[in-house]
Write a protein that binds this ligand. Structure first.
Ligand code: NAP
Length: 291
């Protein structure tokens, strides 16, 4: 991974921290997207203890804010010529309904639209790489998910699990549709199921009952280091570039849900996401295979 530049969101904790640390250990320069400089510096200091001389770069953004994602992208375009690997790892789980400054339900905004928009904005740097990859951390929770096109913010039907599953289904649909739309653009895209991982995701923005449930559930989970293995594999293994558009678990492709493979749903989510992010389709093509 020497000379590679990897961008990891949510790099200060859990799976993202382990992903960033391991990519540093492989010699990559890792851009660590965190919510504050304090969190980024703490994570960088922890990485340096284990990987002396790690090449890190702190990038600050609130992925719940589209303005902040645009500002992040502008800064990175000014500072880097190329990004080889984008790991869309950051994610959140909220017990209560709430909307972002863009008036979008928080899990849909952070877990799905942020990766969608950041990938879109990073494309000019990714296409300069000779082996560009986009990895989006999804979850087997997507098997329970459905895209609520009539109320994607779930304003009238909110439950944390429903919103989470919807957003994680959108992560797989994004990857599958990315593959369909990219045509000859040589960028690989992967969706990842990290497994059940002992992190604090279920205690950060949850009511005490949900936090307790998560604490019990994660007892049976794996370490963040193990949970990061598939992301690290997809970021660094030389043989997987050709295996794009798939869902991965334990460093192997896995068949996702039927809804995740539904072309009409995927195209609809893509168009909806373009509209909600206010951007043009970066591949600027139709899905017509004749085109
Ligand atoms: N843990 C599991 O069992 C599991 C299972 C399946 C999938 N996943 C997925 O794995 C990914 C990583 O989660 P994790 O379990 O490692 O949880 P985590 O330790 O809470 O890590 C989540 C990361 O995302 C960041 N983040 C959340 N909202 C953000 C925002 N608005 N702006 C910027 N950064 C933000 C967090 O920053 P802060 O520290 O500032 O909150 C943190 O760095 C998520 O996409 C999650 O859905 C996890």
């Amino acid at each position: 991974m020497k000379d590679k530049v990897c961008l990891v969101t949510g790099a200060n904790s859990g799976i993202g921290f382990e992903t960033a640390k391991s990519l540093c250990a492989k010699g990559a320069t890792v851009i660590m997207v965190c919510r504050s400089l304090e969190k980024a510096n703490r994570a960088i200091s922890d990485i340096n203890k284990e990987v002396p001389g790690a090449r890190t770069y702190a990038a600050i953004a609130d992925l719940a804010s589209q303005a902040s994602i645009h500002a992040l992208a502008e800064k990175l375009k000014a500072e880097f010529r190329t990004v080889d690997v984008l790991v869309n790892n950051a994610g959140s789980w909220f017990s209560a309904y709430g909307v972002t400054e863009d008036k979008i339900e928080r899990q849909w905004a952070i877990n799905h639209l942020a990766p969608f928009l950041l990938t879109h904005l990073m494309l000019p740097l990714l296409i300069k790489s000779n082996d560009p990859r986009v990895i989006t951390v999804s979850s087997d929770s997507h098997f329970h998910g459905k895209i609520h096109f009539d109320d994607v913010n779930l304003k009238n039907n909110y439950h944390g699990l429903r919103a989470y599953a919807q957003s994680k289904l959108a992560n797989v649909l994004f990857t599958v549709e990315f593959e369909r739309r990219k045509r000859a653009t040589p960028i690989a895209a992967y969706a990842v199921q990290p497994g059940l991982v002992k992190t604090d995701i279920g205690v950060k923005h949850t009511i005490s009952f949900h936090a307790l449930m998560w604490k019990l559930r994660r007892l049976g989970g794996k370490s963040p280091q193990k949970g990061a293995e598939t992301s690290i594999y997809l970021a660094s293994d030389p043989t997987v570039s050709t295996m794009s558009g798939l869902y991965w678990d334990d460093c192997q492709p896995k068949v996702p849900s039927n809804k995740a493979l539904d072309e009409d749903i995927a195209a609809k989510v893509w168009e909806l996401s373009l509209a909600m992010c206010g951007v043009e389709d970066y591949f600027s093509i139709t899905r017509n295979p004749e085109v």
